[in-house]
Design a protein around this ligand. Sequence first.
Ligand code: NIG
Ligand code: FE
Length: 424
Amino acid sequence: MSQDKSNGQERVDLLVVGAAEVATAMGQEALGGARLAGCHVGKGWAVAVAGERIAGVGPEAELRARFQADAELDACGGTVVPGFVDSHTHPVFAGTREDEFEMRTGGATYVEIGLAGGGILSTVRGVREESTEVLLAQLLMRMDRFLELGTTTVEAKSGYGLSTEMEIKMLRVIAEANRMHPVDLVPTFLGAHEYPEEYRDRRSDYVDLLVKEMLPRVAEEKLAEYCDIFTETHVFGLEDSRRILTTAKDLGFRLRLHVDQLTPLGGAELAAEFGADSADHLECVTDKGIEALGDAGVIPVICPLVALYLRQEQEVPGRRMIDAGLAPAIATDFNPGSCYTQSMPEVMTWSALRMRMSASEVLTAATLNAAASLNRADDIGTLEVGKRADLLVLDLPNYKHLAYELGRSPVRVVVKNGQVQFQK
Ligand code: NIG
Ligand code: FE
């Protein structure tokens, strides 16, 4: 931003004008309980962008008086919100699992399919056989789709390699895609996603491999910010999870965990014990688990479409968590098995309907709280001066339509790091 000598105005690159409203949460930390519904709605507001950052947010007339913009973006009476942050995805995979989807609609369960060698392990076979080039090309295409759907930052897990070499192959694909594409990826190592076929009968040897070889290698090559585990009765139990988490923490990884998804194992309490940034899934979490998350300030990441996809009756007690003061994020859990969608707008509507969340709550959960779960709430997640200029122009008359409308992407323009990256 520079001062224009002639009229005292500040020069900016872009002014987003003509919006019916700008709706955003505010602040640099996750908002819980009653504060979750605290989105600010500025009718007739505009946003000024200088370089990659937001230079001003406020009434359009005020911003026009203060800034001289090189370009204008006309929101045409639409709604402007922060770019969505998808804080739980498995976007690197080869092959899809539509046959398993039909087995489930026919009555089989996710665990039955997994124990019979399908599920996660069938995608592991796909990833092991696929070339790095194809995995990268497919990930880049999926990132285009995220962008079109308004998601500007995506957490991306490995976890379909399950050997040192293959997990590193996945994480390098994530790093390369991150360099090549405007959507930001936050890399997570999920070597403890399943026991690979060759370790089925010697599970403790796989845990040894994770702590002695895989985690140190991933740390050394700086390929992941986070370490995640599928902590669940039929996969990594509490003791194995504790061993992995202790090593991960010592090596400097931040933690996020798949917990209490299918059984109430006490994974929420484990996430609290280790000070994880997030505890994800939680369909079967107990009241004690909710209390532990609240006490430790762990962000619950709710993936409301997963129970639907798995035809699981038990859904995340989202409302109970919010009423207990927690600060949830909402995410897709995009993957080829338990949730084959990349759409945050879909997640928002489903969260409203199933978790009884208001539009203001889902918007905060999909932006600021999701950013906080990724340790980025000081940089993204709201439209405030100094934050990254990641914003969406929605073809909607007000932000409440985000939760209200289902089945069409309302995203008309996506600005990422101050640049228009998608326009419909
Ligand atoms: O988050 N719960 C474990 N992992 C994924 C599913 C991965 C898959 O089925 O491929 C999940 O639901
Ligand atoms: Fe997941």
